[in-house]
Design a binder for this molecule. Structure first.
Ligand code: BES
Ligand code: ZN
Length: 458
């Protein structure tokens, strides 16, 4: 192990150069203009994995390619086998003008201990860590206690539409003891964490149509309904001032936190005050019976993610817009059913839309919440690896973000996922000025190196 750890220490500078090269490829899965960049990013990975000595294949899908790279060779099928999942697609970087002048999304730069750029934390930097740990084993010819197969996809940020089918098709070659994912967070460098639960998600788009064209609001205003107003009233009816979602049946299947979970979450170092300060709000919001950590990881929500209608340019334009639309997602907790929740939201809105406007509802991607035991032998092994690398007692937590494919790992491959997030609360994931902590990545590599020892000796 000494050689592995030495190797990781010695090659840091090169690692950051490689990661920067990867981040510079604008692999934004949501935007069709980046289709070619998706291919470039997957090609970069294929080349990189082959250089490390991994047997690597690129699998085309109806969407973006999946890269599979493995340490497995025919002769050594006796070793335990683990998957490492990651995604090479990133969120759109807009609005570009909100990035600091010296930090451009696809021109990664190191400032202090951070590497800035879209995807540095979510998720290129985080799966890169595991690639480097395996590289260290292979290049120092240190026997790996496990076989590891990387499964790197390009559609996570748009709902992983094609990965479920891929898992089903490759069920045999992907048979494994478990999955390791670093695509989430930890509260601080002094609080490494094992995440045993994630919220699910259910997305939809709501459109309201009014007159057959934009109208002069002076000539028609009053007699013709305004779709933007109707949409706002409809959306406004989805939530009460107490932070509760008002959709009938929304909370029916919600599982409550156990006392043990609440105790464990209380170790979370972030306070309401630090959250307020960090995010620049005067007051926090939400259901009074739950503190902010509980709200964010174990309570369901309904959010407007985007809202569009009418004239958005300079100055004013007095119109009644013909259309208005909103992108909405719910975050879900065990045991809510995404399709049922979407149905309930649709019913709520359709039933309230006045005859003076027409509503159109389109359901989007959806995935259930994930909850796993934090007490399994592999969870214990992961906790030991975290402790070794970070030098602090790890905490057990649930998180509010979603990685819907973890449910398919369970359903299709019948394996659990160890979530070992390396993101920090100020990484600005999905925001302007995304960054990753180089210390978190460096310690993450050490954690990964130990993890294979720990998992291999189970
Ligand atoms: N890395 C995130 C998921 C995440 C973030 C988990 C923070 C836990 C803590 C991932 O890339 C992501 O953004 N997922 C999407 C999924 C959605 C598009 C289905 C999300 O959560 O919005
Ligand atoms: Zn993301």
């Amino acid at each position: 192990m000494k050689e592995v750890l030495n190797y990781l220490e010695r090659h840091q500078t090169r690692f950051w150069e490689e990661l920067s090269e990867f981040v510079a490829i604008p692999s934004v899965s949501a935007q069709s203009e980046h289709r070619e960049d998706m291919k470039r990013a997957s090609d970069w990975l294929v080349r990189h994995c082959r250089q490390l000595g991994l047997t690597t294949e690129k699998h085309e899908t109806p969407g973006n390619p999946v890269v599979v790279a493995t340490t497995r060779q025919d002769g050594n099928a006796a070793r335990p086998h683990y998957l490492v999942y990651g995604h090479y697609d990133v969120q759109p970087a807009e609005p570009f003008e909100l990035w600091d002048a010296d930090k451009q999304p696809f021109q990664p730069t190191v400032v202090g201990d951070s590497l800035y750029g879209r995807g540095t934390s979510d998720n290129k930097g985080q799966h890169f860590v595991h690639l480097k740990a395996i590289e260290a084993y292979l290049k120092t010819e240190t026997p790996l206690p496990c076989d590891v197969t990387f499964l790197l996809e390009g559609e996570e940020e748009v709902g992983s539409e094609h990965l479920g089918d891929f898992l089903a098709r490759e069920r045999e070659s992907l048979a494994a003891e478990g999955v390791v994912i670093s695509d989430n967070g930890m509260p601080s460098l002094r609080h490494p964490a094992l995440t045993y639960g994630l919220r699910g998600v259910a997305a939809c788009e709501v459109k309201v149509h009014g007159p057959n064209r934009d109208l002069h609001s002076g000539i028609y205003g009053g007699a013709i309904d305004n779709p933007a107003m109707v949409l706002c009233q409809l959306l406004g009816s989805l939530r009460g001032p107490d932070g509760k979602v008002t959709v009938k049946g929304f909370y029916d299947d919600v599982r409550e936190l156990t006392d043990y979970e609440r105790q464990e979450l209380a170790r979370f170092p972030e306070t309401d005050a630090s959250l307020r300060r960090q995010l620049g709000v005067r007051q926090l919001f939400g259901e009074l019976e739950y503190n902010s950590v509980e709200q964010r990881v174990a309570r369901p929500t309904l959010e407007i993610n985007g809202l569009t209608s009418g004239y958005q340019g300079e100055g004013s334009k007095t119109i009644i817009p013909a259309h208005a639309s909103a992108k909405v997602t719910c975050r879900l907790v065990p045991d809510q059913k995404p399709r049922q929740v979407l149905q309930a939201v649709k019913r709520h809105l359709s039933g309230r839309c006045p005859r003076s406007a027409k509503i159109e509802f389109e359901a989007g991607h959806a995935g259930e919440a994930y909850l796993n035991s934090p007490e399994s032998p592999s969870a214990e092994a992961a906790l030991r690896a975290l402790k070794r690398a970070f030098g602090h007692q790890p905490i057990l937590m649930r998180e509010g973000g979603s990685i819907p494919i973890v449910n398919d790992f369970k359903r299709v491959l019948n394996i659990d996922t160890l979530l070992l997030g390396l993101g920090l609360p100020d990484d600005n994931v999905h925001s302007p000025n995304e960054k990753v902590s180089l210390t978190a990545l460096r310690k993450g590599m050490v954690m990964s190196a130990w993890l294979w020892q720990e998992l291999g000796s189970l």
